[in-house]
Ligand binder design. Structure first.
Ligand code: ADP
Ligand code: MG
Length: 348
């Protein structure tokens, strides 16, 4: 590392996306079969009949999870699910994973067994094989990196960059619950720390807690869309909040969009928790993270096929780039969407 500190730039100036841009600006693609490199939910490699889909995610203790309130089995499960979500977001089917872990001295054999119980459970549930990985010790805490490999027919793959004007924007499930689950866990952690022996009050909050601690990837939606014969014109998974993901699609597809606040699906458990914490549930849906729902666009002619599906909600449409990416509020105001996301590297 260079000693001249005056010339060094602070990473927080760039933020996560700025840093990825910096890392990747000098990357050269050498092979024709690298159909998609950096820049989508997963890379795509053309193998002739089928394409391989590859994605990886790293979970770091203290950054992505807090072991005070995260059961290790759930952590193992979630580490797999967040990767599978990126494979589904390409409209592909995950088949294999590799798992790499770095373990600090505070962990016992039983702890690692618990993590792998969760990993194996996710493999069973999503029908994927654990085929390798790497194991290391760590100075500071636990890190888990999972790589998922999937497959899809080339013509089935849905990118972020292919949304067209007038396409309908859809989201699955409901949004903001995982974020409210995290807020609840953080509140109880603070009470536990500041009040001697106070036990966390988590009863009755099952839904938001499960959304935070044991999320699922939308395998069911990908299967449903195939059944309905709907191919999304573009797709991304919602890991950083709706606003951030909509802006990814708009930027990559060179379009704008209009969404409607009243159409954004928010569960009543999320609303209730937000009320209790004096927060706005809409903010959790737009800017909270870790919902692992899918955001996709469909041709307007496919709208009839999805409109009675309870798992899928049409929230707006794609517009010309000049219109920007806007949300019409319930009061009729037009608000420009901003990517707040979980930009952990960028200081507020
Ligand atoms: P997602 O939220 O879907 O997991 P990310 O925002 O993490 O996607 O990453 C965006 C793109 O940047 C992906 O194509 C990812 O593979 C790539 N990427 C992220 N970090 C790195 C890195 N350190 N080196 C190379 N590519 C990276
Ligand atoms: Mg993604």
């Amino acid at each position: 590392m260079s000693e001249n500190k005056n010339k060094l730039r602070n990473i927080s100036e760039l933020g996560e996306f700025g840093l990825i841009d910096l890392i990747t600006k000098n990357v050269t693609i050498h092979h024709k079969n690298t159909v998609m490199g950096i820049g989508d939910d997963a890379a795509i490699i053309d193998n002739g009949k089928l394409c391989s889909v590859v994605t990886t995610d790293l979970l770091v203790e203290g950054i992505h999870f807090n072991l005070i309130y995260t059961p290790l089995k759930h952590l193992g499960y979630k580490a797999v699910v967040v990767n599978l979500s990126d494979v589904y977001a390409m409209n592909a089917t995950p088949k294999q994973i590799t798992v790499s872990i770095a373990i600090s001295g505070k962990f016992a054999v039983e702890h690692i067994e618990e993590i792998y119980e969760g990993i194996n459970l996710a493999c069973k549930h999503y029908n994927v094989d654990l085929v390798g990985g790497d194991t290391s010790s760590s100075m500071t805490g636990l890190a888990i990196s999972v790589t998922a490999i999937g497959e899809a027919k080339k013509e089935d793959i849905a990118y972020r960059s292919t949304a067209n004007k007038n396409d309908i924007l859809c989201v699955t499930g409901d949004l903001g619950a995982a974020y409210m689950g995290l807020q609840l866990l953080e509140r109880e952690k603070e009470i536990f720390k500041s009040t001697d022996g106070a036990q966390p009050k988590l009863d009755g909050y099952d839904y938001i807690l499960e959304r935070q601690l044991k999320p699922e990837a939308r395998k069911d939606v990908i299967e449903l869309l195939k059944e309905l014969k709907v191919k999304p014109t573009s797709m991304i998974d919602i890991s950083d909040g709706l606003s951030s993901e909509i802006l990814h699609i708009c930027k990559k597809s060179d379009v704008g969009c209009k969404i409607f606040q009243e159409k954004i699906p928010i569960d009543q458990n999320t609303e209730q928790m937000a009320k209790e914490l004096n927060m706005e549930p809409l903010i959790a849906a737009l800017n909270g993270g870790e919902d692992y729902e899918l955001l996709f666009t469909i041709d307007i002619n496919d709208l009839d096929k999805i409109k009675d599906q309870p798992m899928i909600h049409a929230i707006g449409h794609i517009a010309d780039k000049e219109h920007g990416a806007v949300m019409i509020t319930n009061a009729g105001q037009s608000i420009t969407l901003e990517a707040q996301g979980w930009n952990q590297m960028k200081e507020e």
